[in-house]
Ligand binder design. Sequence first.
Ligand SMILES: [Cu+2]
Length: 113
Amino acid sequence: MRILAGIAKSLQLFFVLLTFTCTWAHAGEVLEVSINKMQFTPQKIQVKAGTTVKWLNNEKRTNHSVFFEQEGLPESDRLFPGESWQRTFDKPGTYPYRCGPHPEMTGVVEVAE
Ligand SMILES: [Cu+2]
């Protein structure tokens, strides 16, 4: 019985920690945009302020980048298949972007309060 009580205590602690970790992770959520078939998917993503957006290149052989040209920011590094790049959005607003080598590939991040 002693051992069972010990296990129950450990489990309880485990769930308390799990709950705490999930709550904390929610504050800085990470959402993913897939890059595949010469498209950003979803093309328009709506997030809350404080969210990190991660772009993942799911192509077989094409490389892309994420370029917030209108903001005057530098282009991301070229993302080869399997590579990703991320940006955290702290301020509400509309953030259009495009792919560096393929200007016809566009997307937008809408950040709400
Ligand atoms: Cu591209």
